[in-house]
Design a binder for this molecule. Structure first.
Ligand code: AHR
Length: 500
């Protein structure tokens, strides 16, 4: 049996958790929109063509914010194509994914879908092939109450009330050579600064996210953040981080250690923000938006072949990763890492939400089901609201191919502000042995374990399918009598709830 000890004290906190860390992402890519959230011919479609079964799953996932409409797609997108009568909207070639975008779902439809799904919109503007002027027009269209060209057009297009979108991405992955209109850090920093200024002059209640590096593996990582922030620090609120992991060589211990890399990425970007703050003698703190994260590698080969066979199609099955049990463990570990860094990570979006590297899958004309990764995301969003406690964790450690001193157990703890109850999220990374987690709850008094949910499967590669959607899902086990000896089964994600 492995050993771990977790000390929690209600006076030692990381930060209040911003609910937006449980965000998600829908891009006009593959079947995310068409036959994902929208399929008018489906028997469960509502009067606007949105799949009710998908809306139900999104509600269960408890997603507070959804980034939209891209992604790489946004860097060639004209937002004006997506408004007005659908029959008049142009079909456009999307150079990012080599597909054709029919624009049948646009800004009005997506904002309505978000309302029906109980979520809010984080909208990305195109700073690749377009610039600050089109971005501020978009804010005026979406958020201005009326009496101006763009806001009156919105009203004529059927939306009397503004969409009131509060969170805006200033482009997407502008450091990446694959991006339409990619830029140097200086070029981007200048454009982001001017765009943010004009967007905020249009609506001073919005917040803006500047593009950080598209991954910590980019050769320009670090320098990109410093140089672009030097240009736009005063006018932006968050820097984005994007990070995907995979297990292509089937080295599961190394794969499950990937969150050490994520931790490092987060702390490095936070440090660079603070370095620029210092250089500028600024009083303002820029925080982080981890607005693309997930496991992504299963579908790579299939996507390559599909593109060769069907360029410029619509609603192609792209990036349809089928997630297995070990992916769900890594997703749990990523959520734990986000909670442990709640002082700086204020927004985070699992990428993506439906069909495209997603927790929710659909079949056109058929069912909708939850992939393995759905469950840790759902449990974190439901139970992980409140204050993130400083998890003082000591445990056995080991080395993997790329990481040293990997803790066998990782954990985060959240205290509810409503009733003082505590939820511990813990993963046992050991594939063979259970771990005993001894919780020292100090100032909490007589908290006792009221429930213990475990996500475990004997087969690390087990998946959920339409025919067998419940193969991998959490199960409640008998709660331990004593928090000083909680057993985390080998290879497991655990949600332990404690209350008086
Ligand atoms: O989420 C899929 C793609 O990954 C996004 O379009 C892009 O921003 C990232 O490279």
């Amino acid at each position: 049996m492995k050993k771990a000890k977790l000390i929690l004290d209600k006076d030692y906190t990381v930060s209040k958790i911003d609910p937006r860390v449980y965000g998600s992402f829908i891009e006009h890519l593959g079947r995310a929109v068409y036959t994902g959230i929208y399929e008018p011919e489906h028997p469960l479609a509502d009067e606007l063509g949105f799949r009710r079964d998908v809306i139900d799953l999104v509600k269960t996932l408890n997603v507070p914010v959804v980034r939209y409409p891209g992604g790489n797609f946004v860097s060639g997108f004209k937002w004006e194509d997506s408004i007005g009568p659908v029959k008049d909207r142009p079909a456009r070639l999307d150079l990012a994914w080599k597909t054709t975008e029919p624009n049948a779902v646009g800004m009005h439809e997506f904002c309505e879908w978000a309302k029906r799904a109980g979520t809010s919109v984080m909208y990305a503007v195109n700073l690749g092939t377009r610039g600050p002027a089109e971005a501020r027009d978009c804010v005026e269209y979406a958020n201005h109450r009326g009496g101006s060209y763009w806001s009156d057009l919105r009203i004529r297009n059927g939306a009397k009330d503004p969409f009131d979108i509060k969170l805006w991405c200033l482009g997407n992955e502008m450091d990446g050579p694959w991006q339409m209109g990619s830029k140097t850090a200086y070029e981007y920093g200048r454009v982001a600064n001017e765009a943010a200024k004009m967007m905020k002059w249009t609506d001073d209640t919005i917040e803006c996210v500047a593009c950080g590096s598209s991954s910590s593996q980019m050769p320009t990582f670090g320098e990109w953040e410093y140089r672009m922030l030097d240009e736009c620090y005063d006018n932006i609120d968050y820097v984005s981080l994007h990070r995907y992991y995979g297990n292509p060589h089937n080295d599961t211990p190394d794969f499950l250690a990937s969150t050490l890399d994520l931790e490092d990425f987060i702390r490095t970007v936070a440090s660079i923000c603070d370095a620029v703050k210092g250089k500028k003698h600024s009083k303002k703190q820029v925080n982080l938006s981890l607005d693309e994260w997930n496991v992504w590698y299963h579908s790579n080969q299939q996507d390559q072949q599909l593109h060769e066979r069907k360029p410029w199609g619509s609603a192609l099955p792209l990036l349809e990763d089928v997630y297995n049990f070990e992916d769900a463990l890594l997703v749990g570990l990523i959520l734990i890492t986000i909670l442990k860094n709640a002082d700086r990570v204020k927004v985070a979006c699992m990428a993506q939400l439906v069909n495209v590297i997603a927790p929710i899958m659909t079949r056109a004309g058929g069912g909708a089901w939850a992939q393995t990764i759905f469950y840790p995301m759902m449990q974190a969003s439901v139970y992980g609201r409140g204050v993130s406690l400083l998890p003082k964790l000591t445990c056995d450690r080991s080395d993997t191919k790329h990481f040293t001193d990997v803790p066998v157990v990782d954990a985060a703890a959240v205290m509810s502000e409503e009733d003082g109850s505590v939820t511990i999220f813990a993963v046992n990374r050991d594939l063979e042995e259970p771990a005993e987690l001894a919780c020292d709850l100090r100032s909490f008094g007589d908290l006792r374990v009221i429930s213990h949910s475990v996500l475990h499967h004997d087969d690390m590669k087990a998946v959920n399918t339409e025919a067998n959607p419940g193969e991998v899902k959490p199960a409640d086990i008998a709660p331990e009598k004593d928090a000083s000896a909680i057993i985390l089964p080998a290879a497991s994600w655990n949600v332990i709830r404690l209350a008086k």
